[in-house]
Design a protein around this ligand. Structure first.
Ligand code: NAI
Length: 659
C-alpha cells in the first residue's frame, strides 16, 4: 500500500487514515492507497465497518493542483469512490477542516458522514470552469433537497457543518473528539442493515425546481461563464437517469469542460493569483509587527482600510484633522461594520470586538507606537507631503510608512521623509474591506522591510498582493485610464456611452466604463486633469466631453446626473449628454461611423494589452500574469476569460507564467 494511506483494525472496526500534507489532496498515491485499502479490508472478515479519516489540519481538501489540467492517471477518483461505495461493509467519513471538490465527493461515496463543528464543505469546481466529475452532481441530489444540491453545485461556495447537518449532507456533528464520535457511529451501523449506496437511490422529483428561472438567474450571475449552467444541467439530467447512467454522463460532461477554453483560463487565473507576490514572500527581512496599525485620513478609503485591519484582529489608531473629522471618521467605521453585520458578512459580536480595537486622534505623536502607518488623505501631493513630513518627525526609525495614493508619485512622497527606504505604496481598492486586490508599490528607495511588511499585511487581510513599480496610476489605474480615454475617443468617432457599456457587460464586466465613472464620481479625475492641464502635451488628442459634463455639475450618481441620468433610479440615456457628444464631434471635425459591440470590446482589450505591454517593458509589473491578476481582481474583467494579457497570448506570459 502507498504510504499516503494506512489502516488499523480494532474490535471489528477499521480506521483508514489519509496522510498527505498539507491538505490531503487526492494525488495519485492517495487514490492508489485508497483502492488498496478497500481491497484489503474487503478480504478481512473481522472488519464490520470502516472509518475514513485524515491526519493533519483537514479531511481531503480536493484534487492535487499539480494534477490540474493533466491527463488522468489510474486509478481515477470515480473508480476509488465506486470501490468505497460498493464495499460490503459501511464506510463512515469523519470530516474536519475544509472538504472541497473531490474530498466531498469521496465523503459522498461513504455510507455515512460525521463532521467536526468547524468543518466546511463545498463543491467549488465551477470556479475552475468544470463541474464535479466524480459523482458530486449525481449523489448530492440523491442525499439532500434538490434545491440545496443545485445551490452547492452551481455557486461553488462552501457551507458550514451546521448548515450541512440541516440539509442532511452530514448525519451528525461530533460533540467531542471526532474519531471517537465516528467510531461510535460506525458501531451503531455495525448492528443495523447496510445503508444503500447513494448511487442506487432514485433521483428526486425534478418538478420541484423551476429549471428555467434558475438557469436565467444563474446566467445573469455567471456573466458569460458556462460552467455554472453546465453544473445545473448535469444535476437536471442526472436525476432523470439511473444513478449509474448519470455518473457516465457527468464524467463525459466533466471531461469536455476540463478541456474547454473557460477551464484553461480559470486555471490560469487560479495559478496567477497563487504566484502573485511570491517574490516578496520569499524575502528574509523582518516585517513590522501588525498588531497595531495607524491610519491617517478616515474618509472613504481610510475608514475601509481601518475596518479591514480591525477585522483581521489588529488594533487601529485612526488620525484625522480635528475633532469634527475624527468623529465623522469613527462614524464611518461604525457604519461600515454595521453594514457588514447586516449583510451577514460578520456577526454583531465581531463588529463589537472590532470597534473595541479602534482608537482615534488628531495628534500625530499618538501614532508613534504603531509599527506601520497607512496614509489615506486627499489625493493632493502637497497635503500628502505634509502628512509624511509630520509622520517622519514622530515615528520611530523602524516604523514603515505607506501611502494609499491612486496616482501620485510614491518616490516624491518618500523624499519628503529622512529615510525613504521605509516608504511604500499600499494601494487598496474600494471598498477596502471587501476588495481582495492590494497593489504593493515599490518605490526606487523602498527597502525590503517595508516590502515584506506589505506582503505580510496582504496575507493578514487575506488579500492578493501584486507588486507594481512607480508610474502614474501604477498597474491598474494606468490601464484603466488608457482604456477609459480610448472609450471617450470612441464617443467622438460615433459610439454612445450606453453602447460601450452594453458591449462591456455582454463581454462579462459587471458594469461598463461610463457607469463605473458615474458610481465613483467624475470630480476626482476632473481635478486631476485640471491640475495637470498646464503640463499637458497639446500635440496629443484630448477629449473634452467629461470636462463639459463636470462643468454642468454632472458629477455622477451623487448629483443624480453624470454620463447618465439617475433621476428616476437606474441609468437612463440623457439627451443632454448625447447633444454634448455630438457638439464635440463637430468641434473636433471627427469622422463619425457606426460601431458594433464586438469591435468596441476588441478595441478596449487591445488598448489594455498595449498599455500592459508598455508596463511590462518599463518593468512596472513583474509579469503579464500579475497584470491580469490586477485587471481581473480589481477592475471586473471577467475571470473566466483569464485577463487581457492572457487573451493576447503574450509572449512574456508564455515564457514566465506557465503554472
Ligand atoms: P476622502 O475625501 O473620502 O477622504 C480623505 C480623508 O482624509 C478625509 O476624511 C479628510 O478629512 C482626511 N484628511 C485630509 N487631510 C488630512 C490630514 N492632513 N490629516 C489627516 N486627515 C486628513 O478620500 P478617499 O476617497 O478616501 O481617498 C483617500 C486616498 O485614497 C486618496 O489618495 C485616493 O486617491 C486614494 N484612493 C481612493 C480610492 C477610492 O475609490 N476613493 C481607491 C483607492 C485609493
Amino acid at each position: 500500500m502507498a504510504s499516503f494511506v494506512s489502516y488499523e483494525c480494532r474490535d471489528g472496526l477499521a480506521i483508514v487514515t489519509i496522510d498527505n500534507p498539507p491538505v490531503n489532496a487526492l494525488s495519485h498515491g492517495v487514490r492508489a492507497g485508497l483502492i488498496d485499502a478497500v481491497h484489503a479490508l474487503e478480504g478481512d472478515a473481522a472488519v464490520g465497518a470502516v472509518v475514513l479519516r485524515c491526519a493533519g489540519r483537514t479531511f481531503v481538501a480536493g484534487a492535487d493542483i499539480r494534477e490540474l489540467g493533466q491527463p488522468p492517471r489510474a486509478p481515477i477518483l470515480p473508480e476509488v469512490i465506486e470501490a468505497v461505495e460498493g464495499a460490503r461493509v459501511p464506510w463512515i467519513a469523519a470530516i474536519h477542516g475544509t472538504v472541497l471538490g473531490g474530498g466531498l465527493e469521496l465523503a459522498l461515496g461513504c455510507h455515512a458522514r460525521i463532521a467536526d463543528p468547524g468543518a466546511k464543505l463545498g463543491l467549488p469546481e465551477v470556479s475552475l470552469g468544470t463541474i464535479p466529475g466524480a459523482g458530486g452532481t449525481v449523489r448530492l441530489p440523491r442525499l439532500i433537497p434538490i434545491a440545496d444540491a443545485v445551490e452547492l453545485v452551481t455557486n461553488g461556495k462552501p457551507i458550514d457543518a451546521a448548515h450541512a447537518l440541516k440539509v442532511g449532507l452530514v448525519d451528525r456533528i461530533a460533540g467531542g473528539d471526532l474519531l471517537e464520535a465516528a467510531e461510535a457511529l460506525a458501531r451503531e451501523l455495525l448492528t443495523g442493515p447496510m445503508p444503500a449506496p447513494l448511487v442506487d437511490r432514485p433521483g428526486p422529483d425534478a418538478e420541484t425546481v423551476d429549471w428555467n428561472s434558475t438557469a436565467k438567474a444563474l446566467a445573469r450571475k455567471a456573466r458569460g461563464a458556462q460552467a455554472p449552467l453546465e453544473a445545473l444541467e448535469a444535476v437536471r439530467e442526472g436525476i432523470s437517469l439511473s444513478g449509474r447512467d448519470a455518473l457516465k454522463k457527468e464524467r463525459e460532461r466533466f471531461l469536455r469542460l476540463v478541456a474547454s477554453e473557460e477551464a484553461a483560463a480559470l486555471r490560469y487565473a487560479f495559478f496567477s493569483e497563487r504566484n502573485a507576490g511570491k517574490g516578496l514572500a520569499a524575502m528574509t527581512a523582518e516585517p513590522a509587527d501588525l498588531s497595531r496599525v495607524g491610519v491617517v485620513g478616515g474618509g472613504t478609503m481610510g475608514a475601509g482600510i481601518a475596518v479591514a485591519l480591525l477585522l483581521s484582529g489588529s488594533a487601529v489608531r485612526l488620525l484625522e484633522r480635528d475633532e469634527a473629522t475624527v468623529a465623522a471618521a469613527r462614524q464611518r467605521v461604525l457604519e461600515t461594520l454595521q453594514a457588514s453585520a447586516a449583510r451577514g458578512a460578520i456577526t454583531l459580536s465581531q463588529a463589537d470586538d472590532a470597534l473595541a480595537r479602534l482608537t482615534s486622534t488628531h495628534d500625530y505623536t499618538s501614532l508613534s507606537d504603531c509599527p506601520l502607518v497607512i496614509e489615506a488623505v486627499f489625493e493632493d501631493m502637497d497635503v500628502k507631503k505634509q502628512v509624511f513630513a509630520q509622520l517622519d518627525a514622530v515615528m520611530p526609525p523602524k516604523a514603515v510608512l505607506a501611502t494609499n495614493t491612486s496616482y501620485l508619485d510614491v518616490d516624491a512622497l518618500a523624499e519628503a521623509t529622512a529615510d525613504p527606504a521605509r516608504v511604500l505604496g499600499l494601494h487598496f481598492f474600494a471598498p477596502a474591506h471587501v476588495m481582495r486586490l492590494l497593489e504593493i508599490v515599490r518605490g526606487k528607495h523602498t527597502g525590503d522591510r517595508a516590502l515584506v511588511t506589505g506582503s505580510d499585511l496582504a496575507k493578514r487581510l487575506k488579500k492578493i498582493a501584486v507588486v507594481s513599480g512607480v508610474c502614474r496610476g501604477f498597474i491598474g489605474n494606468r490601464i484603466m485610464a488608457a482604456y477609459r480615454r480610448d472609450c471617450e475617443f470612441m464617443l467622438l468617432e460615433g459610439a454612445l456611452p450606453a453602447q460601450i457599456d452594453t458591449a462591456m457587460k455582454a463581454f462579462g464586466f459587471p458594469m461598463g466604463v461610463f457607469e463605473v465613472q458615474d458610481l465613483s464620481g467624475l470630480d476626482i479625475a476632473w481635478a486631476l486633469r485640471r491640475a495637470a492641464d498646464a503640463t499637458r502635451d497639446r500635440s496629443q488628442p484630448y477629449c473634452q466631453i467629461a470636462d463639459r459634463l463636470c462643468e454642468l455639475g454632472r458629477l455622477g450618481r451623487k448629483t443624480r446626473k453624470g454620463w447618465y441620468d439617475y433621476s428616476s433610479g437606474g441609468p437612463q440615456t440623457d439627451p443632454t449628454v448625447t447633444r454634448i457628444i455630438e457638439e464635440e464631434r463637430v468641434r473636433t471635425a471627427s469622422t463619425v461611423r457606426e460601431f458594433q459591440g464586438e469591435e468596441i470590446i476588441l478595441r478596449i482589450i487591445r488598448v489594455m494589452q498595449q498599455e500592459g505591454e508598455a508596463i511590462l517593458a518599463e518593468g512596472i509589473a513583474g509579469s503579464a500574469a500579475d497584470i491580469d491578476v490586477v485587471i481581473v481582481s480589481g477592475y471586473g474583467f471577467p475571470r473566466h476569460r483569464g485577463g487581457p494579457m492572457y487573451m493576447s497570448g503574450s509572449k512574456a506570459l508564455q515564457a514566465t507564467d506557465a503554472p
